[in-house]
Design a protein around this ligand. Structure first.
Ligand SMILES: *[C@@H]1O[C@H](CO)[C@@H](O)[C@H](O)[C@H]1NC(C)=O
Length: 716
């Protein structure tokens, strides 16, 4: 009896392992082709998680991959948040309960089109820090947070050798380019990061994606639209694809990209037939950048990504089902795939066969790379028709069970059906801030925005006075002076004597902006108030922590008797945030602090106006969204929680031609919504609603008409 117990104990310990060889990741000694999909836990709500995970499982996934979002978990240094959308342990346990594995990308750099790439903004203000290089303060913080996450996972017994679902981890993220740019300190840092990770003793392999020189035993992996030509840096490491981009993200000002599923399926099979062993859809469910979590600048609130599960968690067809069928076909071929190397033979000038043969097993992939013509080839049971740009799977080398270009379902329509319009709105217009307001301060010159706000708000006021003497020539000629403003971004609204005189904003490629306008100034003191707004912080690039935001100047007034005044070194007063934010008027308590007017007193098309209404939750359980097309720019709250920035006034610039699935894809190839709002609909999570009396608050910066806002339901 005792002997038996010891044997079974030894057996359990011995099999609970994750390792790898040149062919595959081995789980409990068995080589696997692993099919993975990214679902980022804070981009959906805990109430959505079980359903998303079940749909991922039904879709044929083995693994859920996620980043860890440091700035969500440690909003101020040493103050941790593992609640609500940041309850990562709950998320991982739900994946485990569904019988799936987890690939945990600890980073802690995430990039991910997430605010500041996932770094907390306070990190930037640690003295002497420089991100992602051989820098003492940075390495200390990175190690502290990585250890914190690993310790939580260990304490909850979530690594595979402990009986948990985590089979893989990641340290750093896409470091190749930065390392190349900074040279030796980058090499030293990546060696340090690798050793620091390995010394965590998690019992599961680590990967470094897009990092050719990933130190052993860490596996370097590929990210991209295609990865068939990637090879790991050692011949004993498996060929893995950590990010297979299912399309691309949307930016405010840009169109919505999409990627035909025929090409995604082709990319998968090109990879698998070339010894690929793990692939991960980035994203499988993209979700929503709630609150101010969108990175950028200018990343939209929707992070739909044209993923197999749409922003609302509904299957996107034919993508979802076609990939599901692909996954089952791969599983049928898996025993042959992991037991042999492919024999490649030509079937024509643009056609080939990859055949995997081992001990009575045989699986074949037949490919036609021609972008125009379909072909019929002789193979297996007979003749096989291969559409242009496609690959077929014959899991027994005889019968085709799947072809990447033969989709059975038609596209689903994005149905947004109005369920509620004509809310009863009330409005409150913010006074334009003055230097006398609470919390304001005055200094010489122009200040960088983040150094003042630490990103606790999108907004920073810059205020100064311009005194015009009665002898100014323009008063007689009527030729108005020109106010000119240079800003590092991202958006600007200019007020002169309390009136908005114009707006300007940058673009994703270049967040900088210039404003130039003739302004009406009167004799005496004129009040200039500039409202600078950020729209998500930079999440990528060399030392992006040092990138500036806000009005850095020069600011000039030309056309005065002296010619031109450089106002950049004048005294400027600052106030961070809007009054409504200070009071929290988006919450039920805070909303009672101001006097709202409704009915005939409703103010529309006025800048800096807050709107509120109350509504009952619609029946049913379809996902909900707000159609914000009548509005300009701002933010939306439901029962005190922000569903994100709205910016329907920012129209998608670009050309959206027809797009064929054949030929190599890139993020500019297939675009939709050109000329319309980059984002018109904004997800309202069902779980944020009560049956009755939900508070909806909208901040409008520029001027809009809330009577055009409607609540819609998303149907599949
Ligand atoms: C697959 O891997 C084997 C062993 O490393 C190698 O010999 C072969 O060329 C690879 N085949 C392809 C198609 O990449």
């Amino acid at each position: 009896m005792l002997v038996l117990l010891i044997i079974s104990w030894a057996f359990t310990v011995a099999v609970a392992t994750v390792s790898y060889d040149n062919k595959a990741i081995l789980i409990n000694g068995r080589r696997r082709i692993l099919i993975s999909g990214s679902i980022h836990y804070p981009r959906s709500t805990p109430d959505m998680w079980p359903d998303l995970i079940q749909k991922a499982k039904f879709g044929g996934l083995d693994v859920i991959q996620t980043y860890v979002f440091w700035n969500g978990h440690e909003p101020s240094r040493g103050q941790y948040n593992f609640q609500g959308r940041y309850d990562i342990v709950r998320f991982i346990k739900l994946v485990q309960q569904a019988g799936l594995y987890v690939h945990l990308r600890i980073g802690p750099y995430a990039c991910a089109e997430w605010n500041f790439g996932g770094f907390p903004v306070w990190l930037k203000y640690i003295p002497g820090i420089a991100f992602r290089t051989d820098n003492g303060p940075f390495k200390a913080e990175m190690q502290r947070f990585t250890t914190k996450i690993v310790d939580i996972m260990k304490a909850e017994r979530l690594f595979e050798p402990q009986g948990g679902p985590i089979i893989l981890s990641q340290i750093e993220n896409e470091y190749d380019l930065v390392e190349y740019q900074i040279g030796n300190p980058g090499v030293a840092y990546s060696r340090w990061a690798a050793a620091m990770a390995v010394n965590q003793h998690t019992g599961v392999p680590w990967v470094m994606c897009k990092q050719q020189d990933a130190p052993d035993p860490i596996i370097n992996t590929c990210n991209g639209f295609y990865c068939e030509n990637f090879t790991p840096n050692r011949n004993y490491k498996p060929k893995m694809w950590t990010e297979l981009w299912t399309s691309w993200f949307t930016e405010f000002g840009g169109p919505a990209p999409y990627r035909p599923v025929e090409d995604i399926a082709l990319a998968v099979l090109k990879f698998i037939q070339n010894n690929g062993t793990y692939f991960n859809y980035y994203m499988y469910h993209g979700g929503t950048n709630f609150g101010r979590t969108a990175g950028g600048p200018f990343v939209a609130t929707s992070y739909d990504y044209d993923a197999p599960l749409d922003e609302y968690g509904l299957p996107r067809e034919p993508k979802y089902t076609h990939l599901r069928e692909l996954h089952f076909a791969i599983k049928r071929a898996e025993p042959a795939l992991v037991s042999s190397n492919p024999m490649v033979m030509s079937l024509g000038s643009n056609q080939e066969a990859h055949v995997f043969k081992a001990r009575g097993l045989c699986a074949a992939f037949l490919s036609n790379y021609d972008q125009t013509y379909s072909v019929t080839v002789n193979f297996g049971n007979g003749r096989c028709n291969l559409p242009a740009w496609s690959i077929s799977i014959l899991p027994d080398c005889r019968t085709e069970i799947f072809n990447t270009a033969k989709t059975r379902l038609h596209g689903s329509h994005k149905n947004m059906l109005p369920v509620m319009g004509s809310f009863w709105w009330q409005s409150f217009t913010e006074p334009v801030t003055t230097p006398a307001d609470k919390g304001s301060f005055t200094v010489d010159g122009l200040k960088e925005q983040l150094s003042v706000t630490w990103d606790t708000t999108d907004y920073l006021w810059y205020m100064t006075d311009v005194t015009i003497g009665a002898n100014e020539g323009f008063l007689r000629t009527g030729k108005l002076p020109i106010l000119s403003i240079q800003s590092a971004g991202h958006a600007l609204q200019v007020f002169v004597n309390g009136q908005s005189v114009g707006i300007a904003y940058g673009k994703a490629e270049n967040p900088k902006l210039s404003f130039w306008k003739a302004v009406n100034l009167r004799v005496g003191v004129n009040k200039i108030a500039l409202l600078s707004a950020t729209v998500g912080l930079q999440n990528i690039g060399l030392h992006f922590e040092s990138w500036n935001a806000g009005i850095l100047g020069p600011i000039t007034l030309s056309g005065v008797n002296d010619g031109k005044w450089d106002m950049s070194r004048w005294k400027w007063s600052y106030k961070k945030g809007l009054n409504g934010e200070d009071m929290g008027i988006f919450s039920s308590r805070g909303s009672s602090f101001v006097r709202w007017t409704g009915g005939a007193g409703l103010v529309t098309r006025r800048p800096l106006t807050w709107y509120k209404t109350a509504f009952d939750a619609p029946q049913g359980n379809e996902p909900l969204a707000l159609d914000m097309s009548s509005m300009g720019k701002g933010e939306v709250w439901i029962n005190g929680q922000s569903i994100g920035r709205h910016w329907a006034a920012n129209k998608a610039y670009g050309s959206c031609g027809r797009c064929s699935y054949t030929g190599y894809y890139n993020e500019k190839k297939c675009l939709s919504d050109c000329g319309s709002s980059s984002q018109r609909w904004y997800h309202v999570p069902r779980s944020w609603l009560s049956p009755k009396g939900n508070l909806l608050v909208v901040l409008e910066e520029w001027g809009g008409d809330p009577r055009g806002i409607s609540l819609v339901r998303r149907t599949g």
